[in-house]
Design a protein around this ligand. Structure first.
Ligand code: ZN
Length: 90
């Protein structure tokens, strides 16, 4: 009767060999989880960046339309930490 790894199910002749496999499998599972977490975070970062870019584009379009309709030169400026965007007139 053999000893099988609780993770991958491979059979071994001794509990020591099985234990070694379980340690290896356990660290591999943790390593994969870390990689997945990093990958997910990277994807989320990219999506949020794109979302910000999209919002800036929409804001720019809104301001352009406003300026056109009221013959005015309003523009958004990145200003400070408390209220990052402010509208100014020329
Ligand atoms: Zn294993």
């Amino acid at each position: 009767m053999g000893y099988s790894c609780g993770y991958c199910g491979r059979d071994y002749k001794t509990p020591f060999e099985r234990g070694a496999c379980e340690v290896k499998c356990d660290s591999e599972i943790k390593r994969q989880a870390e990689l997945n977490k990093a990958k997910k975070r990277k994807e989320e970062k990219s999506q949020r960046y794109n979302s910000i870019q999209e919002d800036i584009k929409k804001l720019t379009e809104k301001i352009d339309a406003y300026n056109k309709d009221y013959n005015i030169n309003l523009y958004a400026v990145y200003n400070d930490k408390t209220l990052p965007f402010r509208l100014f007139k020329f």
